[in-house]
Each structure stands twice: as C-alpha cells, then as structure tokens.
Design a protein around this ligand. Structure first.
Ligand SMILES: Nc1nc2c([nH]c(=O)n2[C@@H]2O[C@H](COP(=O)(O)OP(=O)(O)OP(=O)(O)O)[C@@H](O)[C@H]2O)c(=O)[nH]1
Ligand SMILES: [Mg+2]
Length: 130
C-alpha cells in the first residue's frame, strides 16, 4: 500500500468562483476534475508543497491561504492524506500550465461526482457555505 501526503489549493476569486483543472487521461483518477496540488516532497511542509505545486501546475504565486480541512481516504491501491487550503490571494492568473483543461465554477455549482471520491466532504462543505 502506498501512503501519500498531498497539499491542494481551492483557488477562489472575489466572485466566489473556484478554479479547477482536469486530471490527465493516464493519471490516477483519470479525467476527474481537481483542485491543483500534489505530493509533498521529502522535507517539505504542506504549505511549501502547496506553493510549489500551484506554481508548477497553474502558474500562480500563492500569497495567502488558510487551512480548510484534512481528509484521509483509502483508495484500492493507496491511502491519501490531503490537506486542502483555501487560496484567496495570489499573483498571476491561474491557467493549466501543464496543458490540462481548466475552468472556473461558482462555488454553489460544484458537482461532487466530477471529483475523486476523496473530495466528497470538501465539496459538500463548500456548497453548504456558498
Ligand atoms: N491534486 C489533487 N489530487 C487529488 C485531489 N483529490 C484526490 O483524491 N487527489 C488524489 O491525490 C493524489 C495527488 O496526486 P497528484 O497526481 O496531483 O500528485 P502530483 O501533482 O505530485 O503528481 P505526479 O507525482 O504525478 O507528478 C492522486 O492520487 C489524486 O488522485 C484533488 O482535488 N487534487
Ligand atoms: Mg498534481
């Protein structure tokens, strides 16, 4: 069993829209929509990994972010711990820097089934507070 620690950013603009990217066809949870982020490298804190991943994947420099929730999820082949952060201040304009499809969605219109199952509780909480 693989144990992964992941940091992801829920990038939210002033109109309460959230920036999503689509996972590639050959990745775990292929074609699902996601919040940008990825695995902590050795020696990194979740905050450091978040900043690095947001720069690599969506081309922004995160200026301020707050912990939103931490989820543990058991997939068939891996156990993940995901630290979700709300990101509301950044430099640059987010885009799919690795060529991945992107879109902005109103927080109230997020659809849980479009994301990996590990995200269910996060989506429910975001919609409840929209
Ligand atoms: N980035 C991201 N990963 C998620 C989310 N929800 C979720 O279950 N995951 C899972 O968490 C893991 C994150 O890995 P990743 O593929 O983004 O990691 P990474 O950017 O370091 O990728 P790499 O090692 O392929 O370069 C995957 O198993 C992915 O399916 C989410 O909202 N965002
Ligand atoms: Mg990633």
């Amino acid at each position: 069993m693989k144990y992964l620690h992941i940091a992801v950013g829920i990038i939210r603009d002033a109109q309460q829209r959230i920036f999503l990217t689509q996972r590639s066809a050959d990745s775990h949870m292929a074609n699902k929509w996601e919040f940008a982020g990825g695995k902590l490298e050795s020696g990194e804190t979740a905050e450091q990994a978040l900043k690095r991943e947001l720069n690599e994947e969506v081309g922004i420099d995160a200026i301020s972010f707050l912990p939103f929730m931490t989820i543990e999820h058991q997939f068939d082949d891996r156990h993940v711990t995901i630290d979700f952060f709300i990101v509301e201040e950044w430099l640059g304009e987010p885009y799919g820097r690795e060529g991945q499809p992107q879109r902005w969605v109103a927080q109230s219109e997020l659809v849980a089934e479009e994301f990996p199952p590990a995200n269910a509780e996060v989506i429910a909480r975001l919609k409840a507070s929209a």
